[in-house]
Design a protein around this ligand. Sequence first.
Ligand code: SF4
Ligand code: SF4
Length: 428
Amino acid sequence: MSLLKLRISVLIIVHVLILAHVLFWGSDTIGSLDFQEFFHAFVKHGIINAGGILVLLAFFTTLIFGRFFCGWACHFGALQELCWWLLNKLGVKPKTVDSKLVTILPIVILLNFYVIPNLLYAIDHPWGLSLSINSPEIWAFLPGWIIGTLTFFIDGFLIVYFLGRKGFCRFLCPWGAFLKLPNSLAMFKVRKTGNCTECHECTTHCPVGIDVSYEINTYQKVTSTNCTSCLMCTAGCPENALSYRFENPLKEDIKISQFIKQKQFSHQHIRELFTSIRGKDITLLILTLLAGYAIDGLYGMGHFMAFGIAIISSYFIIKKQSYNFRWLKPTLNSLIVFCFLWHGAIKFSISQGLTQFDSNNYISSIAHLERAVYLYPKPIGRFHLLLGEMYLAQGDKISSLKHAKIAKNINPNHEGPIQLFEHIGSKP
Ligand code: SF4
Ligand code: SF4
């Protein structure tokens, strides 16, 4: 069996196991196997659950075998590879984007959303170890079907079209970022064990855009922490010059320069394989972060979907493209910027409105929440309830009644609007 067939078989088995987990073992036996459990349950509260055990297993096996988990077991990675294969079948061959953000951005997302907030919480609250394998239930941290499907479409398909193979794994995945450290220490690595003719086939075959031929000829091994041990490079080498080999970590030759790698992607042949945006890395980073924060959490969007949209849109803005109509690109860019500014204003208004409400500063809170409900296309009953309560506290019964009616229309069966009507002294 070829290596590719073996990997596809393993990925199919993993997906069958995921399905069995959902259908048979469910929450009664094994709870959510989401990576974020490690941060939300273990780091935050000291709870060891199924997701936390999976992460610890991935971390320690990565110390030995590298990030094989990403290459051989991740459903998101498999989805992107399927998309890549489908696009190729359709004759579409997106170039993989070469950027330093593949190192920086996933680490920023990991620290900002998962490590720092949960660590800060743990420092301020009592923390004790406990075991809870069957909780939370599978869907606890997953979005609903609509947002879930859109997330798969954006991070599995669109991102591959715009940023190339494994665009999500390279530019956004915080779990990949978490495994970078153990991966840099991994004992098994792809190593140069034969004569290399510098044909660059290994670089062409690498799904995560590593300049393999540069790395193995400079450091005698693949040093990139993005390597997923998929072994496509070893299988693709016509000279059999590469092997996946063990090395005693105490004898491993580690050079500082392997973490900087200024000269990679510089060979003419390699340059043609990639679209380099290194000169625009800082601009892309700033735009992606601003856009991501602007929409994160709105419409029920999770971080993955929000930052997927953010990086695709930001890349579209900075990418040079010629259209038949010269006005089209600036118009599209302006529309994208306007859309993010709009949603940024909504996010700011909601955040300020809720903060001021908690501080009993109702006049300021009303101004912010009125702006939020005016700008936000999605009606949110809770904001209208808060506005109704605050207007009532200010003695403005008419405005309070108006928001009570809107809240009731949004959630006809919810207790909140009924209670508000009672406080106002009016019938629903
Ligand atoms: S360097 Fe080789 S093993 Fe690592 S991700 Fe690329 S193709 Fe796979
Ligand atoms: S595919 Fe093999 S021979 Fe070609 S550059 Fe890579 S290691 Fe060298």
